[in-house]
Design a protein around this ligand. Structure first.
Ligand code: G4P
Length: 202
């Protein structure tokens, strides 16, 4: 964590507490600063924290899954001085030799989609940082890792803005040997409260 890391992370937590809206015990709406309207100053601080944390990993590309990860991913890529690649969601199975493809099923949304990556943007020489807004069941992240393995790239780690620690995503990823660095870790959610895991982010 950076020297100012606590403060920066506090900025995201403060924003979640002030403007986040838990619609039930599982889902947190953050439309006002991440998912619909985007707060660029917050994204810049988040990016500095990710860039500092992963600076020694030799990152060559930052990737995200469309769409809400794009803002923090592009700011992070800018900080690290590398390109950002968007993994695209396609509704139908289109066979294409130029793409890596894998099916992702979202428990949160109850939908499936084909996640795709053009072969020309990632290869075996890449050390890739995955950035995403939420970590819930981890299906999107494990789909992204499958695509990176198809490309024979190295997964350098995952940076998450909001981890719902009461859901199994983190454990799945850590079990498979991936480093997960989450800026805000929520251990309990209710319509009138949000509580964070009060330790240092790991
Ligand atoms: P999953 O295994 O349950 O599917 O979880 P995953 O982490 O893959 O998330 C699936 C989608 O649901 C992701 O969005 C993720 O951002 C979103 N999501 C999960 N939990 C929450 C939550 O508490 N609040 C909000 N606002 N979103 C949540 P996506 O389908 O990739 O869409 P997009 O927003 O990136 O376009």
């Amino acid at each position: 964590m950076t020297k100012n890391g606590v403060k920066k992370l506090q900025l995201l937590k403060d924003k979640i507490l002030a403007e986040g809206n838990a619609i039930n015990e599982d889902i947190l709406k953050v439309d006002g600063f991440i998912n619909h309207q985007v707060d660029p100053e917050l994204m810049e601080e988040i990016a500095k924290e990710f860039a500092e944390h992963f600076k020694d990993k030799g990152i060559t590309k930052v990737v995200t899954i469309e769409s809400s990860g794009i803002a923090p991913a592009v700011f992070t890529a800018r900080e690290l001085g590398v390109p950002m690649v968007i993994f695209k969601k396609q509704p139908s199975k289109v066979l294409n030799d130029d793409l890596y493809q894998t099916v992702v099923t979202s428990f949160t949304k109850g939908t499936s989609y084909e996640l795709t990556l053009s072969k020309k943007f990632i290869d075996a020489s890449d050390h890739v940082l995955i950035i995403d807004d939420f970590l819930a069941n981890g299906e999107a992240a494990t789909g992204a890792i499958r695509l990176l393995r198809m490309a024979h790239a190295t997964v350098a780690g995952i940076g998450i803005l909001i981890e719902k620690s009461f859901q199994p995503g983190r454990a799945k990823l850590v079990e498979s040997g991936i480093e997960v660095y989450s800026l805000a870790r929520i251990n309990k959610l209710g319509t009138d409260f949000i509580s964070f895991i009060d330790d240092e982010p790991t």
